[in-house]
Design a protein around this ligand. Structure first.
Ligand SMILES: NC(=O)c1ccc[n+]([C@@H]2O[C@H](COP(=O)([O-])OP(=O)(O)OC[C@H]3O[C@@H](n4cnc5c(N)ncnc54)[C@H](O)[C@@H]3O)[C@@H](O)[C@H]2O)c1
Length: 351
């Protein structure tokens, strides 16, 4: 089969990561890029050696020489663009978070189903070789029954694009929770095989970004800051998610807080426990009545974005299933909706 012809919509930080990564996927070719900012569009198209440019995504979607699109725009535009892409008969690689809330996520699923095209979610952390080796250990029964997941994703000062769309609720849907936690919630549910969240009790806080001019940082994704802009989202969240009566997930996620930088998902099972994101990946277990640790090794030279896009392109070519489905995207949005609701209502919320 000939190469899958890709259009990238949104030429910001992650749009460039997609362009660089598709360049390493043998069966893909980026043929067009789109951004509403004409100078940025020209600069990125030149940098990534892409001939066609569009300032309006509708024009890119009308191009018959494009088979599939990567949607790399602010969160508020995920649903409109993904839905229009399906209507135009394109396959969709949709960046995380799926969209602003679960209802919009269901609208995307309906559009996908009506089109018969492929939808893959940008849940890229699953693609790390470390996550894959842990998932295999879970599938092989090495952890037994998983009853608790611990998530800690802490940035000391990691607010992206302060004052821009990332920190403006009507454009992002939320702060660190929807931006960062979604990766770790996905990694947790996928690695543990738990996709039945039932209740959430959580609290979100906004302690650093809201005092914009007093916010000190070392580097900023999607910066520089816009001090005339808006910060009306969360920069810290903690809570507990129940999966029926047999498993729980406790989480702490911060764009910014006065704690040690850390990022891990730890799975606790009755036969073994393992942490994704430490310096070593250790399966803590028992062997023949002895308490024992086994180090899990994995390749370190594989790029998660390239692996993700290889799977998307293969799915478009009918050579495999997408690794992260829209259905799972909606479940994650339901969890996020419930976390925000629980925080607002100061009570446990049933999903
Ligand atoms: N998978 C990951 O690890 C990861 C990392 C960063 C960002 N993201 C996600 O990628 C998306 C983009 O994030 P970013 O950091 O690249 O943001 P960014 O602000 O750097 O880039 C977004 C780009 O989209 C453009 N844009 C806005 N509206 C548009 C429209 N209607 N049509 C075409 N272009 C439009 C903007 O001009 C901008 O250039 C977000 O949803 C974010 O959550 C994912």
């Amino acid at each position: 089969m000939s190469k899958v012809r890709i259009g990238i919509i949104g030429c910001g930080s992650i749009g460039s990561v997609h362009a660089d990564s598709y360049a390493k996927v043998a069966d893909a070719e980026v043929v067009a890029m789109c951004d509403i900012l004409s100078e940025k569009l020209k600069e990125k198209a030149a940098r990534h050696n892409v001939a066609k440019t569009y300032e309006n995504y509708h024009d890119l979607l009308a191009d018959p020489e494009i088979d599939a699109v990567s949607v790399c725009v602010p969160n508020c535009m995920h649903a409109p663009i993904a839905i229009d892409a399906f209507k135009a008969g394109k396959h969709v690689m949709l960046e995380k978070p799926m969209t602003m809330n679960a209802n919009l996520g269901r609208d995307i699923l309906a559009a996908r189903d009506a089109s018969g095209k492929v939808l893959q979610m940008g849940m890229v952390w699953r693609q790390t070789p470390e996550a894959q080796v842990v998932r295999k250990a879970v599938e092989d029964g090495k952890l037994g029954e998983i009853y608790q997941i611990r998530v800690r994703m802490i940035r000391r000062r990691g607010i992206p694009g302060l004052g821009g769309w990332f920190t403006t609720k009507e454009k992002s849907g939320g702060g660190g929770l929807i931006d960062l936690a979604v990766h770790f919630l996905d990694l947790s549910c996928w690695a543990a095989g738990l996709w039945n969240p039932t209740k959430v009790s959580a609290k979100t806080y906004s302690k650093f970004g809201s005092k914009m001019r007093d916010y000190h940082y070392i580097s900023m994704w999607a910066g520089p800051p816009n001090y005339d802009g808006v910060f009306d989202v969360d920069d810290y969240a903690a809570g507990l998610i129940r999966f029926g009566s047999k498993a729980t997930l406790s989480f702490e996620v911060a764009w910014a807080c006065n704690s040690e930088e850390e990022s891990y998902v730890e799975l606790l099972g009755d036969k073994g426990g393992v942490k994704i994101g430490g310096t070593k990946t250790i399966l803590r277990t028992e062997v023949d009545g002895m308490i024992a640790d086994t180090e899990l090794f994995f390749k370190r030279d594989q790029d998660r974005f390239v692996l993700q896009l290889e799977k998307f392109v293969a799915a478009v070519q009918g050579k495999g299933d997408v690794p992260a489905t829209g259905e799972q995207g909606v479940i994650l949005m339901e969890i996020l909706d419930a976390i925000y609701k629980s925080s607002e209502e100061d009570s446990e919320v049933t999903i």
